[in-house]
Design a protein around this ligand. Sequence first.
Ligand SMILES: [Zn+2]
Length: 255
Amino acid sequence: MLFDSHSHITDEKFKNDRDDVIKRAFDAGVKWILNPAVDFQSSLDAIELAEKYENIYAAVGVHPHDAKTLDDNLLSLIKSLAGKECVRAIGEIGLDFYYDNSPRDIQRHWFRKQIQMAKQVGKPIISHDRDAHGEVFDILCDEDAFENGVLMHCYSASAEMAKEYVKKGAYISLGGPVTFKNAKKAHEVAKVVDIDYLMIETDSPYLTPEPYRGKRNESAHVQYVAKRIADLREIPVELVAEKTTANAKRFFGIL
Ligand SMILES: [Zn+2]
């Protein structure tokens, strides 16, 4: 049984075949899926989907790309959604200094505000970090985010830093890039991170793993991430499945 800890099933790329995509995932051994939001509308959509499917859960929040759309009013609307039973995290939130779709100061401000909101509602956060490794870590420390729960989604920083995160009690999630031949950093992370703090994800429809690289990604493909991690650690894939699923269930509070 697999747990895809990060799959954007409500993305418009799935609008014509969403139910088929979900069925394929369940048929491929994926039993649980966490569907994160990127803005207010996708927060509403994630809740609607989670209320329809028993084993699909939602996160609500605003992605750093869309940080410029946030204001205090919208944040309190999102906070009011966060208390729902199907909402298991705030996310994805963080910093993206690769695309810089929102000004960096705006990203920093709303990352902090959303961490504070997560602590107020008692939900963990799903953190997005692209080319902002040092600053994401510093803000998480500064805001005392770790005791509330932190998941570093599609982790792309160094193995050394991953160990620092785990020391703080944060979880590390790996996605499609770990299946790429030249992804040396992700391979190192897959090998050294304490298996009790590891998760797997697709980040679908993005970051498609081998052997489907270049095509639209979907949750059924999380099995290739699990397989690659098992090969890198030289352990059975069943053990990777068992551990990463148990970790995700613990993190998201699923019995
Ligand atoms: Zn994502």
